[in-house]
Write a protein that binds this ligand. Structure first.
Ligand SMILES: Cc1cc2nc3c(=O)[nH]c(=O)nc-3n(C[C@H](O)[C@H](O)[C@H](O)COP(=O)(O)OP(=O)(O)OC[C@H]3O[C@@H](n4cnc5c(N)ncnc54)[C@H](O)[C@@H]3O)c2cc1C
Length: 353
């Protein structure tokens, strides 16, 4: 069975990896349009969620990451936990109760516990939630490692212009370098997906959701947890720099336009980040802007759609959801997807047709 995966972000890479392991002959095609994966914060979590079913999908993906790291132990993934203090008092208790009800690992910590866990943190409030099962991926490096491990053929710098079908069955993709034949095409093209799908009258309405991140110069000390503060999220990169979101709750941010300059964003982030970490003054290194691939209802779009042999996988929180998406889409392409039916039922592309 010959499959073409369109896109080499984290979603395309995990699908290619699982498909190859399942015995398919896989070719990945990607153009040079911006990839959300390359500019992602990389937090793997289920403490942020839309509803119970969405929470369960995120938890399933965290378990799938365990299977991925068992197979490939050197992947750039660290599950060192997250510390949450977006709110205090009732707000914190409400989230703790909701997560305990869902059976999610959550602990309540005080300032003394947190000072012992993260000695670089300063000016701490009284109460925290600790999510010990969460962590981070270095998303670009993870996608590259999975793609390499997949052994898939890789075609880069080539734009897929449309899906080619014959009598209701996919037979390949038309690219700017001609037609490439395949029995199955998986569109994992992030924000580029709607245009490709339009060629076979498949609708995938999406929101415009820019996200800015600030990176500091490296610091000497070590911060192991993801820090979820009332101002934004922060974590340390492997080279010692701190990566921080420009807004609080960056995963649910719903602004469609960024109006501040990069310097203003950096100054605003440093105003809360600098007093929080270490004793040396933090300096900003870079500011990045990228567009999250967010389907119109905010939820993932995963599964078969349109002509036979066409599959789509487009979502926000794609770093968290990549591991389960890779397993599920590969299983469905290979005709073994029954086990994922209940988990994915709310996320089928048919809801937009
Ligand atoms: C600032 C920011 C912070 C984020 N933080 C988190 C987080 O903490 N946790 C989390 O889970 N998620 C987070 N996300 C979301 C997550 O990064 C994305 O959901 C995920 O990276 C999407 O991966 P993807 O492979 O679907 O898309 P992308 O990485 O965008 O990849 C799409 C690929 O398709 C290719 N492509 C597009 N059109 C075509 C075409 N016509 N022909 C050929 N190739 C094409 C592109 O070149 C690219 O390679 C964040 C995103 C942003 C922007």
């Amino acid at each position: 069975m010959k499959a073409i995966v369109v896109g080499v972000g984290i979603i395309g890479a995990t699908i290619a990896f699982n498909l190859s392991r399942g015995g398919a002959d896989v070719t990945v095609v990607t153009d040079q349009s911006p990839s959300a994966t390359q500019a992602s914060f990389g937090w793997i979590n289920a403490s942020f969620y839309a509803d119970e079913v969405h929470h369960r999908l995120r938890v399933a993906s965290m378990a799938a990451y365990g299977r991925l790291t068992d197979a490939l132990p050197a992947l750039p993934i660290q599950m060192n936990g997250a510390l949450w203090w977006e709110d205090q008092g009732d707000g914190l208790t409400a989230l703790q109760d909701a997560l305990l009800e869902l059976g999610y690992p959550v602990e309540r910590l005080d300032r003394v516990d947190v000072a012992a866990l993260e000695p670089e943190l300063r000016g701490l409030p009284n109460e925290f939630l600790h999510f010990p099962s969460e962590g981070v991926a270095e998303p670009g490096a993870l996608a590259a490692a999975l793609l390499k491990a997949s052994g898939a053929h890789v075609v880069t710098g080539v734009r897929v212009e449309r899906i080619v079908e014959n009598n209701g069955k996919v037979c390949g993709v038309e690219t700017q370098m001609g037609v490439m034949a395949a029995d199955n095409v998986i569109v994992a093209a992030g924000n580029g997906a709607p245009e490709i799908l339009e060629s076979v009258d498949v609708a995938l309405p999406m929101l415009v959701r820019p996200g800015a991140l600030v990176t500091t110069k490296p610091i000497v000390g070590t911060v192991s947890s993801v820090l979820v503060t009332p101002n934004g999220e922060a974590r340390q990169l492997p080279d010692g720099r701190i990566l921080a979101s420009a807004v609080a709750s960056h995963q649910s941010d719903n602004t469609s336009k960024v109006v501040e300059t990069a310097e203003k964003i950096a100054a605003r982030v440093l105003a809360w980040l600098d007093p929080l970490i270490g004793d040396e003054a933090l300096e900003w290194d870079s500011v990045s802007l990228a567009y999250r691939p967010v389907p119109q209802d905010g939820l993932p779009v995963i599964g078969r759609v349109g002509p036979d042999g066409l599959h789509v996988a487009v979502m926000h929180s794609g770093v968290t959801l990549a591991a389960i998406t890779g397993e599920a889409v590969a299983a469905e392409v290979l005709g073994k997807g029954d086990a994922f039916e209940a988990l994915l039922a709310p996320y089928r592309p048919s809801r937009f047709q």
